[in-house]
Design a protein around this ligand. Structure first.
Ligand code: TTP
Ligand code: MG
Length: 360
């Protein structure tokens, strides 16, 4: 799920001065040249009714609120950071894996603790809303989906104090009618280009020839847009500051395609990798091997496990399976062999996942 605080800076101001709740409130970044030069940082929903928006010049916001009993305040970042820290601590407690992505936004992977059930996710959000109201006193909106991308788009659909749940089977019906700039990465320039191509909705983009997209936007973006429009996103939620992967590679004493011989090498690589994971308290969910062959071509194979794990046994078993399959497919000898683990997460969250999984 994605959680995003409602009109965050302005809501923080309401928190320390509840009398503001009755009025349109505009938070401004004052550039200081003249009294009204600067831009709107955010505004509460009462002010938004008058057409005030983030990024708008302050003088324009003032004009829109002329004759209205509105309040204009300068940003107080330090105070908002304090509230944000408090909120993030609460949110973190509801996640298997937690990733803060902005001062008022965070992704929560809750898959294990809700046993993959959207109904349980809904109940979890209800509990979280009460908890945050009691502990901090603010409201937020939530999007729940089968992946990050869908959760993010869902969160923007209903605000403030919203909750939008999009189940796996409803992803396409949900995304298709929405304007294409609801997708992350479709900014003003991209939107313009897409409009020229006749792409208005996410559905238009999903149907658009992927080859053409690659020609227009390059392969990385082109493929991303195609996948995103189809609701496809494999990015894991990741704790900040953790490496994305740990890997080791080594050269065989002699070129070989003998399983036992190569396993001797991978066993020492997996031992090193495992040591590093233990030191950092990380679990892994994806295992890959990479082989440099005698003709210097590079091949790789990978596998995602059903559960995150941290045992050396599981790592070795998966490496062995990958290697067996690889050797069946290839008749060229291996010169160098590497092992990589990814989709890493803090051990404690695995513990929590297991606890919630076994219901204690
Ligand atoms: P947002 O979450 O984009 O906006 P919001 O929380 O004010 O409103 P919403 O209810 O739609 O989520 O941004 C979080 C904070 O970041 C926002 O309160 C102020 C700041 N911000 C700016 O300073 N300038 C900007 O242009 C935007 C978009 C946000
Ligand atoms: Mg917000």
């Amino acid at each position: 799920m994605l959680v995003d605080l409602d009109y965050f800076f302005a809501q923080c101001e309401e928190l320390r001065n509840p009398a503001l709740k009755e009025k349109p409130v505009v938070i401004g970044v004052y550039s200081g040249r003249t009294e009204d030069s600067g831009a709107v940082s955010t505004a509460n929903y009462a002010a938004r009714k008058y057409g005030v928006k983030s990024g708008m010049p302050l003088f324009l916001a003032k004009r829109k609120l002329e004759g209205v009993d509105a309040v204009f305040l300068p940003v107080d970042h330090e105070y908002y950071e304090q509230i944000s820290d408090k909120l993030m601590r609460v949110f973190r407690g509801y996640a298997d894996v937690f990733e803060q992505v902005g001062i008022d936004e965070a992704y929560l992977d809750v898959t294990c603790r809700v046993h993959g059930s959207f109904d349980e996710a809904k109940a979890l959000v209800a509990q979280m809303k009460v908890d945050v109201r009691n502990q901090v006193g603010v409201t937020f909106s939530v999007g729940v989906g089968p992946n990050r991308l869908v959760a993010k788009v869902a969160c923007d659909v209903q605000k403030p104090d919203g909750l939008t749940i999009v189940r796996a089977e409803d992803v396409n019906a949900f995304l298709q009618p929405l304007p294409v700039d609801r997708l992350i990465g479709v900014g003003r320039k991209t939107l313009q280009r897409m409009t020229e191509l006749g792409v208005k909705t996410i559905g238009d983009l999903a149907k658009f020839d992927v080859q053409r997209l690659v020609e227009v936007f390059g392969s990385t973006l082109g493929v991303y847009f195609h996948n995103a429009a189809n609701g496809v996103d494999d990015e894991p939620v990741r704790e900040a500051g953790e490496p994305e992967s740990v890997s080791r590679i080594g050269t065989l004493k002699q070129d070989s395609r003998d399983l036992t011989f190569i396993l001797e090498k991978t066993d020492s690589l997996t031992a090193e990798i495992h040591g590093e994971l233990v030191k950092k308290g990380l679990s892994f969910r994806q295992v890959g091997i990479i082989a440099v062959l005698t003709d210097l071509t590079v091949r790789s194979r990978s596998q995602t496990l059903e559960q995150p794990t941290r045992t050396l046994e599981a790592l070795r078993k998966t490496v062995r399976e990958l290697l067996e399959r690889f050797l069946e497919d290839s008749d060229i000898e291996v010169r160098r062999i590497g092992v990589k683990v990814s989709q890493l997460a803090k051990e404690e969250s695995v513990q929590k996942r297991l606890e919630s999984f076994f219901g204690n």
